[in-house]
Every structure is written in structure tokens, then in C-alpha cells.
Design a protein around this ligand. Structure first.
Ligand code: HEC
Length: 189
């Protein structure tokens, strides 16, 4: 049967399609059926490493902020998933402490998810508590004031709208906080 694929386009197509679906089943459908912990909210995943905390659904203010994040298309440029590669854990870490890799149990309340696909800007999965309110306000008003050469667009209509800014800030500060992974709870308000 496999030999036939060498000489027949139809067989090659049929076998390739079959392999494609087997691959899809094995990598996306079977794992969550086997490992049920994926669907449970994160909770004290690794006390040995001092990673504590618990994932809670977003509050209403944070949800408003998330809606603004969606509306403005922040996710065109920003992902929200720290991959299993060293560059990610280092870059999104904090004062020498590596950021924990994102795990499925951190996203159970997200609908739609905001993983994003394109890393034009930095990943935001661990940005909660990295900067304070003043930093975010200035950054949304004009990113280039803080990061010369930044290609992030300015969002003055958010920075100058207290209700929207407050909501988006609350959402930003909630990101990645469940794991409380930074030393001595070193978070900015
Ligand atoms: C055109 C792509 C683009 C869009 C759209 C965009 N950003 Fe950015 N963002 C960037 C880039 C590039 C940086 C890195 C330079 C900087 O800090 O300004 C960045 C940086 C950031 C940072 C600082 C991250 C860190 O770890 O230093 C935050 C927070 C942020 N963006 C939030 C947002 C939010 C919220 C929105 C939507 C309102 C948004 N961005 C829209 C490109 C974008």
C-alpha cells in the first residue's frame, strides 16, 4: 500500500490525508482526554518551587479591560503564552528569576483565548505587576516616550479615558499573576 504512494498521486494523497488526521488526533484530541488536569484551573501547581496561588475568573473590571484588549487588536502584536524555550523564560522573567512556562490550566476561563500568533511585541502572559500605573499610562499615551523606537501605536483615547484606562490596567496587572512566581511578591501596582 505504501509503495503505491510512490507511483500514484491518488494514493499519495489518501495516505497523506490519513497521516494528517492521525497526527491531529494524537496531538490535539487525545492528550486532553487522557490528562484531565488540563481543564482544571491552576492551583498550587508546584509548591516545591514556591509557585503558589490559584487561578480565579476575571473580575468585572478586568473583563472590561479584556474587551478593550480585544477591541483594539492588541493580540495582533502580542501573544500570551510563555513557550518552553529558554529565550522565553529568560526574557519574560523578572530580575533574574525565570518566568514559568505557560500551562493549559492557566487558560481555562479564557473565552476566546488570547494566545495570539504573532510576536511583534513582547509576550504579555507574565506582564501583570511588571510596571506600575504611571508607566502604563505614559506607555499607552506614547510608547516611544518610554521605549525609543517602539513600533507600538499610541492609544491616547485609552490613556485619556479614565474608565477605559482603569479597566485595561486591571486586565494587564492580572496577567500571569495566579502563579505568584516573583520573589517576595515583588509586584508593581
Ligand atoms: C503594532 C503592534 C502592536 C500593537 C497593536 C500593540 N502593541 Fe504593545 N508593544 C508592541 C511592541 C513592539 C512593544 C515593545 C516596545 C514597547 O515597549 O513599546 C510593545 C510593548 C507593550 C507592553 C510592554 C511589555 C513589556 O514586557 O515590556 C505592553 C504592556 C503592551 N505593549 C500592551 C499593549 C496593549 C494593551 C495593546 C492594545 C491596546 C498593545 N500593546 C498593542 C507592539 C504592539
Amino acid at each position: 500500500m505504501f509503495r503505491k504512494a510512490d507511483t500514484s498521486a491518488a494514493w499519495a494523497f489518501i495516505l497523506a490525508t490519513l497521516l494528517f488526521f492521525i497526527g491531529g488526533l494524537l496531538t490535539t484530541v487525545v492528550p486532553p482526554m487522557v490528562d484531565k488536569s488540563w481543564a482544571k484551573p491552576f492551583k498550587n501547581a508546584d509548591p516545591a518551587k514556591g509557585i503558589t496561588g490559584e487561578l480565579k475568573p476575571l473580575g468585572s473590571l478586568e473583563q472590561q479591560g479584556r474587551a478593550i484588549y480585544q477591541r483594539e487588536g492588541c493580540w495582533y502584536c502580542h501573544t500570551q503564552q510563555v513557550r518552553t524555550i529558554l529565550a522565553d523564560t529568560k526574557r519574560y522573567g523578572w530580575r533574574g528569576v525565570d518566568a514559568p512556562v505557560s500551562t493549559p490550566d492557566e487558560f481555562v476561563f479564557d473565552s476566546p483565548h488570547m494566545f495570539g500568533t504573532k510576536r511583534t511585541g513582547p509576550d504579555l502572559a507574565r506582564v501583570g505587576g511588571k510596571y506600575n500605573e504611571q508607566w502604563h499610562r505614559t506607555h499607552f499615551k506614547n510608547p516611544r516616550e518610554l521605549v525609543p523606537g517602539s513600533i507600538m501605536p499610541p492609544y491616547p483615547w485609552i490613556a485619556n479615558n479614565p474608565a477605559e484606562f482603569k479597566a485595561l490596567l486591571a486586565y494587564m496587572q492580572s496577567l500571569g499573576r495566579a502563579k505568584e512566581w516573583r520573589p517576595a511578591n515583588d509586584y508593581e501596582k
